[in-house]
Write a protein that binds this ligand. Structure first.
Ligand SMILES: N[C@@H](CCC(=O)N[C@@H](CS)C(=O)NCC(=O)O)C(=O)O
Length: 220
């Protein structure tokens, strides 16, 4: 039996969660609270960097969400979630990495006030919005007449970017100027897997409050 150690609001673990659901695998979710569970010796024994997600499959432990996705694809190839054609595969990988390396850091200042981390300087907000715009323009350019990035079927591009981009309206970044991306988000949000792995603003605020308390205590 597969076990996923995760924190439901974390995009890093939600991408694995939706992949497991989309692959229709049997798995058990183990919630790890990031205000201490992740520092317990049993968890650190699985991930010495004390981060979620961690996947354990038949006694084999995998850390790092992208490594987990690649493991799932090769161990459980049906339905396939990575294209075989080189250009399509390149598009999927670009979307995965741009979402993680460019988009996620920009969400930090944009979500700061809502998550109770204080109000960033207006320049920081403007810079983050500029970055989000460049990412969305880039993504719009990659979507063709297929319903998903470089594919007629859902791929890891959706698992990764699709668990981050739909959160943008929540941080007051409208998707109205990006019609293809907006339609792609609607398509994803209608899927049972996205509905099952849904997180609400309340979940995020509750997570953030708990995490801030923990960080204040440990950094004092
Ligand atoms: N590169 C890692 C990032 C994982 C990560 O940063 N997880 C955060 C939650 S979003 C975490 O577990 N933080 C706890 C800590 O660093 O102590 C991945 O993709 O799996």
């Amino acid at each position: 039996m597969i076990k996923l150690y995760h924190t439901p609001v974390s995009p890093n673990s939600r991408r694995v969660w939706v992949a497991l659901l989309e692959k229709q695998l049997d798995f058990e979710l183990v919630q790890v609270h990031l205000d201490g569970d992740h520092l317990q010796p049993e968890f650190v024994a699985m991930n010495p960097f004390h981060r979620i997600p961690v996947l354990v499959d038949d006694g084999f432990t995998v850390i790092e969400s992208l490594a987990i996705l690649d493991y799932l694809e090769t161990q459980y190839p049906q339905p396939t979630m990575l294209p075989k054609e080189p250009k399509d595969l390149a598009v999927v990988k670009m979307v995965e990495l741009v979402a993680i390396n460019e988009l996620m850091p920009a969400l930090y200042p944009l979500s700061s006030e809502k998550m109770g981390r204080g109000v960033p300087e207006p320049e920081a907000i403007a810079k983050a919005k500029e970055k989000v715009n460049s990412v969305l323009v880039f993504f719009e350019g990659l979507l063709d007449d297929r319903p998903y990035f470089a594919s007629n079927n859902l791929t890891f591009a959706e698992c990764v970017a699709g668990t981050i981009v739909p959160l943008l309206p929540w941080v007051d970044f409208s998707l109205d100027g990006y019609p293809k991306i907006k339609a792609w988000c609607d398509r994803l949000l209608a899927r049972p897997s996205w509905q099952q792995a849904n997180v609400t603003e309340e979940d995020m605020a509750a997570f953030s409050a708990r995490r801030r308390q923990f960080l204040a205590k440990t950094q004092a």
